[in-house]
Design a protein around this ligand. Structure first.
Ligand code: SAH
Ligand code: SF4
Ligand code: F3S
Length: 446
């Protein structure tokens, strides 16, 4: 990036939500740096503060409200401070107006479909000394070539498609991220090749449902063929992808993971519930049996595959029996890890007005029982690594002990180990000496 430019001030971005928002924030950061701004981690010295918001569950929104309230006094100290709120939460109907009413000191409110125009809005606010609310109701085509200021230096996320067409009845994402749009292969390939030339070794392909990749392209390119093509990129060591919708994970994708050396033995396959009855109400379009069969197929084709999932507890109408179906599925599949969520009512989604909303106390009690089962299985899965030697991509010093290094196995397990700092960014072999609940300990072996 151009460092001859004048320093226009300092910016700080706070991000909530998933990798989609993380990536948008990296782009906001890239654009701001290109425009002459410098990043800071201190709210008190920031001239621009951006909150990039998420609304997938109610608690994500509550955090934004709480944090926004605290910014008012900063604005009193520094009247030139520009406060912007972006992201999924703003894309909901009526939310921008609500934010402006409750927090009139906010200067810029934009949604997910126009965040690439942020610099334009920022200049406008500074020139006109007036605030901007601009929510674009519908998505447009994909905007390429936005500078991205990435956080890491070894592994990176690369979005291959935007939006979602699935409309699971609990989920707000399709309403705030628009319909599915795939990036052209040439743009994806260029981005990854550039990353490799900068030293990146691992990429995770991102999309709300990566298996739908390419269906909207002309000529069509299937997700499996995208994987096979990317597998030939020289210098790239590892490829992962998320998220796969079980209804669309086809045999050719499983075969691509089996056949391609760079594709890691890890599949994130959100099931949401183990009960066919609930799955139907969620509009997930698969039964428990279909999901189980898919898991068997994956396990057979890819030995030692690590499976991870997302579960929602307390969806409207979930009975004790339905919940036990979820518990039994956990035990049957033996996930390496699972993200567990309490069902959260989202205004505008069909499930919002479903009858038989589950009592909060029951929800929490089920959640605790689920968590216990999930953790026991994760620990058992980790134990199986004890004494084994595994390939680790070294990411940097360990978070809690800087004398150690940290990295991940191909199956996505976090490993803290003793080794040589000069190997950061490289693949090394690590012998596992201890399996902890959520990570592995080890030492490098030559
Ligand atoms: N496209 C991905 C991720 C969607 S959001 C997928 O389909 O898996 C990530 C997770 O949040 C979902 O998998 C789901 O488990 C959870 N989630 C979404 N809406 C929710 C809600 N209203 N309440 C609780 N959890 C929710
Ligand atoms: Fe939401 Fe379902 Fe789309 Fe995932 S697939 S983003 S859960 S609607
Ligand atoms: Fe992601 Fe939250 Fe938006 S989960 S897509 S940032 S609603």
């Amino acid at each position: 990036m151009n460092d001859i430019k004048e320093n226009k001030g300092r910016f700080l971005i706070e991000t909530w939500g998933c990798q989609m928002n993380e990536e948008d924030s990296e782009k906001l950061s890239g654009m701001l740096k290109e425009d002459g701004y410098i990043e800071t981690t201190e709210t008190s010295e920031a001239d621009v503060i951006i909150f990039n918001t998420c609304c997938v569950r109610e608690n994500a929104e509550l955090k934004v409200y709480g944090n926004l309230g605290r910014l008012k006094k900063l604005k009193n100290i520094n009247p030139n401070l520009v406060i912007a709120v972006t992201g999924c939460m703003m894309q909901q109907e009526g939310m921008a107006e609500e934010i402006k009413k409750r927090f009139p000191f906010v200067d810029i409110i934009i949604g997910t479909h126009n965040s690439h125009k942020f610099i334009e809005y920022l200049h406008q606010v500074k020139d006109d000394k007036a605030s901007i609310i601009s929510i674009q109701p519908k998505e447009e085509g994909i905007v390429e070539n936005i500078p991205i200021d990435r956080k890491g230096s070894v592994k990176a996320f690369v979005t291959i498609m935007y939006g979602c067409n699935n409309f699971c009845t609990y989920c707000i994402v399709p309403y705030v991220r628009g319909r599915e749009r795939s990036r052209h292969y040439s743009d994806i390939e260029k981005e990854i090749k550039d990353l490799v030339s900068e030293g990146y070794k691992e990429i995770t392909l991102l999309g709300q449902n990566v298996n739908s990749y390419g269906k909207d392209l002309e000529p069509k390119l299937s997700f499996a063929n995208l994987l096979r093509k990317l597998n030939t990129i020289e210098g790239l060591e590892r490829i992962r992808f998320m998220t796969s919708h079980p209804k669309d994970l086809t045999d050719d994708v499983i075969e691509a993971v089996r056949d391609c050396d760079k594709l890691c033995e890890q599949v994130h396959l959100p099931v949401q519930s183990g009960s066919t009855n609930i799955l139907k109400k969620m509009n997930r379009v698969y039964t428990r049996e279909q999901y189980s069969n898919l898991v068997s197929k994956i396990k057979k084709a890819i030995p030692n595959v690590a499976l991870t999932t997302d579960i929602i507890v307390g969806f409207p109408g979930e009975t004790e029996e339905d919940f036990e179906d979820t518990l039994s599925l956990m035990k049957e599949v033996e996930y390496d890890s699972a993200f567990t969520f309490l069902y959260s009512k989202r205004s505008g989604t069909p499930a919002y007005s479903y009858e038989n909303q589950v009592d909060e106390k029951v929800k929490h009690e089920r959640f605790d029982r689920l968590k216990k089962v999930v953790n026991e299985i994760s620990q058992k899965k980790n134990k199986a690594y004890d004494g084994k030697t595994v390939e680790v991509l070294v990411e940097g010093p360990s978070k809690n002990d800087s004398s150690r290094l940290m990295g991940r196995t191909r199956t996505g397990k976090l490993v803290n180990f003793t080794g040589d700092k000069s190997t950061i960014g490289e693949l090394v072999n690590v012998k596992i000496t201890e399996a902890k609940s959520f990570s592995l300990l080890g030492k490098e072996v030559k």
